[in-house]
Ligand binder design. Structure first.
Ligand code: G
Ligand code: G
Ligand code: MN
Ligand code: NA
Length: 253
């Protein structure tokens, strides 16, 4: 069975899943949002990670269905009473294809409104490589989201052929600093210098910063000293199934 067929079936049969990983304020330790990460849980072998199945799905129209399923599933989870009382927020990853698809941003905004969800509870993450291919389309989407009050993050900043041009031209609310710069940021060398530059640029433009791949406790004070606002990574919290987070939240509230 091809990868595309497996993903199509998983979407039809409700076997696609999302994991939620906390994004944590480095100064207060509070969870400010969760990034949702898609998982194929169809029981078939081999188990595929998104890094393996997304490139194939992105070559197929199916990616549009997957992105819309993620938005719909995130919206449904945000609309649950416990999630609303807890003020849960989610950040989802969106493929380049959907960014360029006319009307996608407006559809996201309409979906949130129909569910009665405050727009700032959903954020979209776009990678540099996605933003690179079609700045005009991304600009339209970014403006639609910003006008509605949704958050928009530039993901994996610095990992690709990252350029400050994106920060200049697009109204991001947050810059996510790629893990490659973060993992050894407490050990001197180039990484803290580069993080410092990104943080200054982002803050100067009114954007917040999130460090990815915070894998060790010692990174927290180092990143705080560099002015990074929030972190995400195995030290701060592993991804857990969204259903589990929803159950936990409804019990706590
Ligand atoms: O969870 P993991 O580290 O394996 O994710 C691998 C890649 O898949 C990351 O680049 C991430 O941005 C992307 N990804 C994860 N979930 C989604 C999703 O729901 N939609 C899209 N389009 N990409 C995702
Ligand atoms: O490309 P994007 O940043 O959207 O993908 C985030 C990916 O990073 C997810 O696949 C997630 O599973 C993974 N991830 C989350 N925390 C850590 C971490 O501390 N270390 C590493 N290496 N990967 C992480
Ligand atoms: Mn991401
Ligand atoms: Na990222």
């Amino acid at each position: 069975v091809s990868v595309v067929t497996r993903v199509r079936r998983a979407l039809d049969e409700n076997r696609m899943g999302l994991d939620a990983q906390p994004i944590v304020d480095l100064a207060t330790g509070q969870v400010v949002s969760h990034e949702l990460l898609v998982r194929l849980r169809d029981g078939a072998e081999p188990v595929l990670s998104p890094a393996e199945f997304l490139p194939t799905v992105e070559r197929d129209d199916l990616i549009g269905d997957l992105d819309r399923w993620v938005v719909a599933t995130a919206t449904a989870a945000l609309a649950e009473p416990g999630a609303t009382r807890a003020g849960l927020r989610f950040d989802i990853n969106i493929s380049a294809r959907s960014l360029e698809s006319p009307g996608f941003g407006d559809w996201v905004v309409r979906t949130l409104r129909a569910a009665g969800i405050a727009a700032d509870r959903l954020g979209l993450e776009v990678t540099e490589t996605a933003a690179i291919t079609n700045v005009a389309a991304v600009r339209h989407l970014a403006d639609a989201l910003r006008d509605a009050g949704c958050r928009l993050s530039l993901d994996d900043f610095g990992a690709g052929f990252g350029s400050f041009a994106y920060l200049k031209h697009l109204p991001f609310s947050t810059v996510k600093i790629a893990g490659d710069f973060v993992r050894q940021a407490d050990h001197g060398g180039a990484d803290p210098v580069l993080i410092d530059a990104v943080v200054r640029a982002a803050h100067g433009l009114g954007m917040s910063t999130v460090a990815e791949s915070v894998e060790r406790a010692a990174l927290v004070p180092a990143l705080r000293a560099l002015g990074v606002d929030a972190g995400q990574g195995y030290h701060l919290g592993r991804p857990v199934p969204l259903d589990e987070l929803s159950r936990r939240t409804s019990r706590a509230w």
